[in-house]
Design a protein around this ligand. Structure first.
Ligand SMILES: Cc1cc2nc3c(=O)[nH]c(=O)nc-3n(C[C@H](O)[C@H](O)[C@H](O)COP(=O)(O)OP(=O)(O)OC[C@H]3O[C@@H](n4cnc5c(N)ncnc54)[C@H](O)[C@@H]3O)c2cc1C
Ligand code: SF4
Length: 554
């Protein structure tokens, strides 16, 4: 075998999972090289994003990186509400108790600022071990010898070998797929998140949201404003911006042929947001990314040989009812994987690191959160279509409505029950039917009028920064028939039916009296969300290192 450059540890990806893994490895004095495809950490990353420090977690971001909250975060979340919307009627519940359950603290973050801050600290510590962080490098596969994983291959560099590889390369992990641990087959296992970062001066945020410097708010939205698509919206306050977005089950987006940017616009222009957004709406950035549903895809054994997989790459993104917890679990898993390797090595059993890591995920209660007991058992019943039909028809009947009115004093308490929120079925009942009935029966009429005009898709794409790899598209469309790949035209967040400027378009080609409905792909406006890897037949890869979209907010 060729003599390749060797490091004791390679970490792929410098998001929260990779940063936690690398810092922990470095704390153990292990020579660590971090490979990140973005021009800077954070330039490829998108979150809502509230980062939690859970009381029950063995590792939190501020334990690993002192100063994190003061220097890398935006605002603490001190008020947490959900709004049940039916047309222009809204019933709001205070969810602060659910939000504070097992929570030491929770801050809003923007990923470019947060991840680049982490990158600097990781680089400093990893350099002391003989390693460091290399940006602009895309790992494109695993290096194997006699079938065993021994390193990674890259677009930009020669292969590098390592004693341990921690893949923290996010939701579209090419490494987890190369190792056979993940696939891109089933839309019901994923959410799609779409987000707008909105410019708003600090003092305007203080006035419109009635908060001080050390306070922040989180608003969640569900009900009929997204038609029948299962999911919801969020609004979080940052220092001098707002993060507003939507997260929907991907299978539901596809089934409804919904346009993600239009669903976001439905939220932005709802009268409930009118006073908060005022008449000076200025969007700084539009972005999107897939999100795994840990209840369905979190790997029980996230390892293969000397490879361990952490964070979104291992499906470790928990939707705890309306609360989204991915970054904190990526941090915990990254640190536990690093700790497992250090301990296995000290017992002269480095090959045992993967199993020890999986055991640590179980022993520390992480797997119980990611794959709650009872969800799989109940799923057969609660996610059964005819049960959903029955529950929805009862809820929308005279009797169901009377029950909702009768329960009006109890509903907020029920919404704040952690055990219930962990088991919410993936059906339209909790996302659409129940909140809509609550809004209709108990809601207050909103009288404000929205003055928000969201940018067009063309303007949103035009505002994004790209370093496109002309002549080297990173996604290949393997089947261009509309039947197989047509869902991408609507589900791709930068494409739309009738919009000529996005990634996917459809057209009907007439030849010799026959018609063919086909789609075509132009990857230049791609925001690298991963959606079309699942909903179309593609050969999907990330762009080469440093290429593609360059998010400035995230
Ligand atoms: C709209 C939206 C809202 C969300 N809201 C929240 C929230 O409020 N709270 C929360 O906790 N989570 C939220 N999440 C989920 C959260 O963003 C993820 O769970 C989290 O980022 C996972 O961290 P990670 O380190 O595993 O992966 P990532 O943060 O995705 O980092 C992966 C890193 O790997 C790099 N990389 C990828 N492939 C390669 C490669 N081949 N070679 C080199 N580098 C590579 C990427 O550039 C990136 O830096 C949200 C997600 C979205 C999309
Ligand atoms: S082309 Fe695919 S990966 Fe790119 S933005 Fe559209 S759906 Fe997402």
């Amino acid at each position: 075998m060729t003599d390749y450059e060797h490091y004791e540890a390679i970490v792929v990806g410098a998001g929260p999972g990779g940063a936690a893994a690398a810092a922990t490895l470095a704390n153990y004095g292990i020579e660590t090289l971090v490979l990140e495809r973005g021009v800077e950490a954070g330039s490829k990353n998108v979150s809502g994003g509230l980062i939690y420090a859970e009381e029950s977690s063995p590792y939190t971001i501020d334990n690993l990186f002192p100063g994190f909250r003061e220097e890398a975060a935006e605002r603490p979340v001190t008020d947490y509400r959900i709004h049940n919307i039916a047309g222009t009627k809204v019933e709001s519940f205070d969810l602060t108790r659910l939000h504070e359950h097992d929570t030491e603290w929770c801050d809003a973050v923007l990923r470019r600022k947060m991840d680049s801050w982490l990158e600097d600290r990781v680089h400093e510590r990893a350099r002391e071990t003989g390693g460091g962080v290399l940006t602009g490098v895309r790992v494109n596969g695993l290096l194997r010898e006699d079938g065993e994983i021994i390193g990674v291959t890259m677009d930009e560099l020669d292969p590098i070998t390592a004693d341990v590889i921690i893949a923290a390369d996010g939701v579209n992990s090419e490494i987890a797929r190369d190792a056979g641990l993940m696939d891109w087959e089933d839309p019901s296992e994923w959410f799609q998140g779409v987000k707008a970062v909105v410019d708003m001066p600090h003092d305007v945020i203080a006035e419109r949201f009635d908060i001080d410097d050390d306070e922040g708010v989180a608003h969640l939205f569900s009900g009929d404003l997204f038609e029948d698509v299962r999911g919801g919206g969020f609004l979080y306050t940052n220092e001098d911006t707002l993060s507003i977005g939507t997260v929907f089950h991907l299978d539901s987006l596809v089934a409804e042929r919904a346009e993600p940017h239009e669903l976001l616009d439905a939220l932005l222009t709802h009268p409930l947001l009118a006073d908060w957004l005022g008449d000076d709406y200025h969007e700084l950035e539009y972005s999107a990314k897939l999100v795994p549903d840990s209840k369905k895809v979190a790997l029980r054994e996230p390892h293969a040989g000397r490879l361990m997989v952490v964070g979104d790459a291992a499906g470790q993104m928990q939707a705890q009812g309306p609360i989204i917890k991915g970054m904190n679990h990526a941090v915990t898993a990254g640190a536990l994987a690093a700790e497992a390797y250090a301990q296995a090595k000290s017992r002269n059993d480095p090959e045992g690191a993967g199993e020890l890591y999986a055991k640590k995920l179980r022993d520390n209660g992480v797997m119980r959160k990611l794959r709650p007991r009872g969800y799989d058992t109940l799923r057969g019943l609660t996610e059964n279509e005819s049960v959903t039909e029955t529950v929805d028809s009862v809820l929308t009947s005279f009797v169901g409505r009377a029950a909702i009115r009768g329960l009006s004093g109890q509903l907020e308490r029920l919404y704040n029950t952690p055990a219930l929120s962990a088991l919410i079925p993936d059906t339209r009942t909790p996302y659409v039917t129940l909140p809509t009935v609550i809004g209709e029966e108990l809601g207050v009429q909103i009288r404000e009028t929205s003055n928000v005009t969201p940018p067009t898709l063309e303007a949103r794409i035009g505002e994004l920064r790209y370093d496109t790899d002309i002549g080297s598209p990173h996604i290949e469309l393997l089947d261009n028939s509309y039947d197989v790949s047509g869902a991408a035209v609507t589900a791709c967040p930068v494409s739309a039916v009738g919009f000529g400027g996005g990634c996917y378009r459809d057209e009907v080609i007439k030849t010799n009296g026959s018609e063919e409905h086909v789609v075509s792909l132009d990857t230049q406006p791609c925001v690298e969300c991963g959606t079309c890897a699942i909903v179309a037949k593609t050969k999907w890869t990330h762009p080469r290192g440093g290429k593609g979209v360059d998010f400035t907010e995230g």
